[in-house]
Design a protein. Structure first.
Length: 238
């Protein structure tokens, strides 16, 4: 049901039930199996299957954090490797399809990235760079369904995990700056539009903070670095 092309079956029924049952601990005995099956779907031919796999991973990882020992660390590391290979390379990044319903590979992947930061805090700097690689990846689709906000929220949640140095908190912006180096005269390509939209959303999230978690400890320096990158296209910024 989680790979069904029918959004009512996949989203309203299967995912809603699985998320609730995992949160309640009713699937603890099969969590590792659920995670393994989710990452297997990163190579599924159907985009709806690939796009919903990170949502299942998010639920598995959230339960693993809430119930220590429910998932072996080796399993989480195995899932991370598969996720890191898929997330920045997914080509179908549409938020919505009139037949398939919500797809949201970018947004769902962002949710999974934030969950990995909780389950594998040692991967936080890598996860920030992974999000940067996603926003700067070549694309035909311009973010239209709040993908920029979901990416910004995920980055904010990763920054909230204690222990990051200021250098680690800002290092991911080097990926963005390098991607923008070759920019010049002419129309803004979709990937650059996506990057600018995400950085603007990121700046707002850093200044305002998240309703749950507040403002990250390095928010000021990250926000200033974000503004520095945004001055490349927006030369009129103070």
């Amino acid at each position: 049901m989680l790979v069904s092309p029918d959004p009512k079956v996949r989203d309203d029924q299967a995912y809603s039930a699985a998320a609730r049952w995992m949160g309640e601990g009713r699937l603890d005995e099969v969590l590792e199996n659920l995670g393994d099956r989710a990452v297997d779907r990163f190579t599924h031919p159907g985009i709806q299957a690939r796009a919903f796999a990170p949502l299942v991973l998010r639920c598995v990882l959230a339960r693993a954090v809430a119930a220590p020992g429910a998932v072996p660390r080796a399993a989480a590391e195995r899932w991370y490797a598969s996720f890191a290979a898929w997330y920045p390379t997914e080509r179908d990044t549409r938020g919505w399809d009139d037949s398939l319903g919500w797809l949201h590979a970018v947004a769902h992947g962002a949710d999974a990235a934030a969950a990995f930061a909780q389950a594998l805090p040692g991967r936080r700097a890598e996860l920030l760079e992974l999000c940067a690689r996603r926003m700067t990846a070549a694309a035909d689709y311009r973010y239209a369904q709040l993908e920029d906000a979901r990416l910004a929220r995920a980055i904010g949640r990763i920054l909230l995990v204690p222990g990051l140095s200021a250098e680690q908190a800002t290092g991911w912006l080097g990926v963005v700056a390098k991607a923008l180096e070759a920019g010049g005269y002419g129309p803004v390509p979709p990937w650059a539009f996506n990057t600018f939209a995400t950085l603007q959303s990121q700046h707002l999230h850093l200044i305002r903070g998240l309703a749950v978690g507040g403002i990250p400890s390095h928010a000021a320096v990250v926000a200033e670095e974000v503004a520095t990158v945004l001055r490349l296209p927006y030369r009129w910024l103070a």
